[in-house]
Design a protein. Structure first.
Lengths: 201, 267
């Protein structure tokens, strides 16, 4: 058995429920760290950033599922819905920390959304992902039909780009990490372009 | 004097300093990395003995001044100051140090000098953060001469009565309490008196975001965030934000320096 086949066999034995359980605990773990000094002397920003990065990581992971199967034979399809829903869950936590712990002053919310490009962009990404999270269930797939469902879920591409841009725009100074994220997201989306895909395969 | 006023104000508000741990583990010192805990992790690599400060430009006695010579000549005193970062967090820091004016007097400022330029050590072998240009190295800063001579402006050499930790800018750093933190340049190796406004690190990176003056001002937003409020470090996960004060609370002492100036244009 090849290495890929071995990994696939291993992956088949992992129950999807366990992925929800374990990854779902991550924000709770960070909250615990924040309450006990594990996130440094200023835990609000630290918690906000950890949750944002978690969401971005899962967004990239979700985008990687199809190319990994096509080009490496790695089958993560069973986990794709969990990856997407967990991403949205982390994003909600990120947003809640921003609203309740970071921003605090409610009159500032709208000013921030309109006046600060990185918040405008982040909020747009969240809104694009909202209908995807709402339709990530079997019933919605049946109701919409696979074609329309798939078309709707293409919204993940602009959302991912906006997510990467959000990170780039809030950085102070010239930073490598947001560029790596944006580059990775760009490549993962480019692999979906039919002409590029056939050239790669 | 300005000091007496500062003392009175500090007393009136009873500034409660942040803990040693908070002040030494939450730092912006990009030469050691961009995360807040990077300076504490990596600054130990910086050699600070021997250390000297080159004082040059429009001075009567230019030269390399060894830190020992400077320390022997200066009067060290304690100053409890607010520190407001442009990123909207703030601390209260019990510095010890001496007035910059005294150091400049030691070198003899010549008539005609109008600005003071500062430079941080740049030693890539000991500074992992300088491997790529987050901003242009070396870190440089500048003050108008009257700002530099102001009695609130100090060169800090200690913290809580102990020698300044490396992550806080050992062996000596500038502290200008009414300006955003990045003006208070760390680990200074050069001070130049000049008649021209010197380039400053963050202003070179983005002039619209970081002006030459960089006075703390709740009425002038940073283009990417409001500066009306700040988060005191150390209050935990549920700490409330507090309103940012004009000139970081030192308005009575420094407002006259900027009389008649457009503080939006000269942000």
């Amino acid at each position: 058995m090849t290495a890929v086949a071995q990994i696939n066999a291993l992956l088949r034995r992992i129950p999807v429920g366990a992925v929800y359980m374990i990854c779902g605990m991550l924000p709770v773990w960070y909250l615990y760290l924040g309450l006990t000094g594990g996130l440094g002397p200023e835990p609000i920003k630290a918690l906000e950033h950890e949750l944002g990065e978690l969401a971005l990581n899962f967004l990239v992971a979700g985008l990687a599922v199809t190319p990994l199967r096509r080009f490496a034979g790695l089958n993560l399809l069973r986990f794709r819905r969990a990856i997407g829903l967990l991403c949205f869950y982390f994003l909600c936590c990120h947003l809640l920390v921003w609203l309740l712990l970071d921003l605090q002053i409610l009159s500032e919310i709208w000013t921030d959304i309109v006046k600060r490009p990185y918040i405008t962009v982040g909020m747009a990404a969240f809104l694009l992902l909202l209908p995807l999270a709402a339709t990530s269930n079997d019933q919605s797939v049946r109701k919409l039909g696979p074609l329309r469902w798939r078309r709707l879920h293409r919204l993940v591409y602009p959302a991912a780009l906006l997510g990467g841009l959000h990170y780039l725009l809030l950085a102070k100074g010239f930073r490598i990490e947001p560029l790596v994220y944006l580059g990775l997201i760009g490549v993962l989306i480019a692999l979906r372009v039919p002409s590029l895909r056939s050239r790669m395969a | 004097t300005g000091l007496a006023i500062a003392g009175r104000q500090a007393q009136a508000e009873t500034l409660e300093p942040n803990s040693w741990d908070e002040i030494t583990s939450y730092n912006n010192f990009y030469e050691f990395g961009t995360d807040k805990d990077d300076p504490k992790k990596h600054a130990h690599q910086m050699t600070i003995t021997p250390w000297s400060v080159r004082i040059d430009g429009m001075v009567d006695r230019p030269g390399d001044y060894p830190i020992e010579q400077i320390m022997a000549a200066m009067t060290i005193e304690d100053r409890i100051y607010r520190l407001r970062c442009v990123e909207r967090w703030s601390m209260v820091v019990p510095w010890s140090g001496f007035e910059l004016a005294d150091l400049l007097a030691m070198a003899g400022v010549q008539a005609g000098a109008q600005y003071v330029a500062f430079e941080t050590l740049l030693r890539p072998s000991e500074m992992p953060g300088t491997r790529y240009n987050v901003i242009e190295w070396p870190y440089v800063e500048g003050l108008r001469l009257d700002e530099a001579m102001h009695p609130l402006t100090i060169m800090a050499t200690g913290l809580y009565g102990k020698p300044l930790p490396k992550q806080n800018g050992a062996p000596l750093r500038l502290v200008v309490p009414w300006k955003y933190g990045y003006k208070s340049i760390k680990s200074v190796v050069r001070i130049t008196l000049t008649d021209r406004q010197p380039p400053t690190a963050w202003n070179k990176y983005s002039a619209t975001e970081y002006g030459f003056y960089s006075n703390v001002n709740p009425n002038v937003d940073h283009p990417r965030w409001s500066q009306k409020y700040e988060q005191r470090v150390g209050g935990g996960l549920f700490a409330r934000k507090v309103e940012t004060l004009m000139f970081n609370g030192y308005e009575a002492e420094v407002a006259e320096l900027y009389e008649g100036m457009d503080l939006v244009k000269n942000h």
